[in-house]
Design a binder for this molecule. Structure first.
Ligand code: ZN
Length: 158
């Protein structure tokens, strides 16, 4: 299976069976993520125990790439510390914007490297990165993350 087939397989699988889809009973933080260009609109709920993410869930309406990215993200950061999760946010964003080589030693991206090809699909980069923006906003106690304008917490507008 080449990387493109693997990518399509992963997207399909996570759309059929999204991980951690729904709500948490008592989230300690929640954020809303908007990608107006595509229409992706998600909510992310996080439960922090100290600085550890012991619960995370997402819900909303989004395209397949956004949903698969959110699903894999929640699986990847569950049980991790805030610092580890933020390092993954940076690694993922760097990978899909083409500024960080995911093969760099020590890069924490792991199986999320399946999204590396998104960097060659400019119209889909924001779809893939939206859940990660939203996670960053939630951990930073911001209510809304958008891929556009002043609300973009990571400065990728335009
Ligand atoms: Zn989208």
């Amino acid at each position: 299976m080449d990387s493109k087939q693997l990518y399509q397989e992963v997207i399909l699988d996570h759309n059929r069976k999204p991980r951690n889809y729904g709500r948490l009973e008592h989230p300690t933080q929640s954020s809303e993520g908007l990608n107006p260009l595509c229409g992706d609109h998600i909510w992310l709920h996080v439960h922090l125990d100290g600085d550890r993410i012991d619960g995370i869930a997402f819900e909303g309406q989004s395209c397949a790439i956004c949903k698969a990215s959110a699903s894999m993200m929640t699986a990847a950061v569950k049980g991790k510390s805030v610092a580890e999760a933020e390092a993954l946010v940076d690694a993922f964003r760097g990978m899909v914007t083409g500024t960080v080589d995911p093969a760099t030693p020590g890069n924490p991206i792991g199986r999320l490297a399946v999204f590396a090809g998104v960097k060659d699909l400019p119209s889909r980069v924001k779809c893939a990165v939206l859940p990660w923006h939203t996670l960053h906003a939630a951990l930073d106690a911001q209510a809304v993350a958008s891929t556009e304008g002043d609300q973009d917490p990571m400065g990728t507008a335009g």
